[in-house]
Each structure stands twice: as structure tokens, then as C-alpha cells.
Design a protein around this ligand. Sequence first.
Ligand code: ADP
Length: 191
Amino acid sequence: MNIILLGPPGAGKGTQAQFLAESRDMIQLSTGDMLREAKDSGTEMGNIVADVMARGDLVTDDIVIGLIREKLEGDKKGGVIFDGFPRTLAQADALEELLADTGETLDAVIELQVNDETLVQRIVGRAEEARAAGQPVRADDNEDSVRQRLMEYYKKTSPLIGYYYAKGKLSRVDGLGEIDEVRAAISDALD
Ligand code: ADP
């Protein structure tokens, strides 16, 4: 089974992707995590993406598609949970081709719905808590970057909702509840 978790920044995609990966023996592919790893490794690509990410803009399609292509060549266990990818229609097309190359299909797209003010509060609140505890804070977890991430989401990623709806793959889940309630709702949508 191959699943996409779609939704704005701070909607809880990463948390839910981890649950799914553990409970269904699947692998989680998070382009955000991959890009942060590249950034920390100090490679040329890492340096290019660091500023783009800190501002809250999207990294170019070529870079993220390249990262996903590489991972899809490895062990995929019981299937893949795509977390934060695709984020543009070009990425969605590329994913379809990559899956077709290995005879696979996309089974479901889960849209996590959360309103904007909750998202900004969650992300900025998370950053403040981390800072108070002396933990590292993401460079893009400040209010300006969060608002820019939301703008990028509405402009470039939200058209994917209509696209997957038209393909009959979309399930909408309320992402406002407790983590376990959201988890149960996703599970219901998939079974
Ligand atoms: P969030 O969903 O909370 O914004 P992510 O960790 O998924 O966090 O993404 C962080 C940043 O990484 C994005 O704002 C963007 O700059 C970059 N990024 C992640 N995935 C993609 C993608 N598929 N395409 C382009 N940029 C991406």
C-alpha cells in the first residue's frame, strides 16, 4: 500500500506518518526530514536548500524528486507513506511515473484538515517550548516563515486536493482532535 499524507504545515503529517509506519510495517518518506539532513551534512545541495527552507519557500521540484527517486530504489517494506511530498502538481506527476516504473500504484491520499490560526499557534508554540527547554528550534518555525509556508501551501500544494479528489483517491480527516483520535480516523479511512 502506498499513501500520501497531505496537509498544511503543522497539520501533524509527520506524527501520523510515524504511527502508520510502525503499525503497518511501511516506510515513511519525509522530504522535509531528507532536506534537513542534506542541509546539516553541509553538501552543496544542502547549502542551496538551507536559505529557501528558512524563508518558508518550496525547494525546487528537481531536488525533491531526485531525493524520492533514490529512496524508492531501496527497500519499501509493506509500502510507502509519503509525508510532505508531493507538494506541487509537477511532483505529483513525477510520483505517478516513479510508481508506474516499478508496477506500483498510489492507494490513498489522506488530507489532514486544520485551520490556519491553529497551525500558526501550534508551530510557534512548539518553537517557544523548545527554546525554553534549550532544545534546537527549526529555522522556519517563526511566525513570518510559517505564514510564508502557509501561502506556499495554498498556492502550490492545495491544488493537489482537487486533483486526487478527481482521481477518487482523496479522504478528508479532521486534524484538530487529539492525536489518537486523528490516528483512528486515518485508520478508518484506510480500511
Ligand atoms: P512542514 O510540513 O511543517 O512545513 P516539512 O518538514 O515537511 O515541514 O518541510 C519543511 C520545508 O522543507 C518546506 O517549507 C520546504 O522548504 C521544504 N520541502 C519539504 N518537502 C518539500 C517538497 N516536496 N517540495 C519542495 N520543498 C519541500
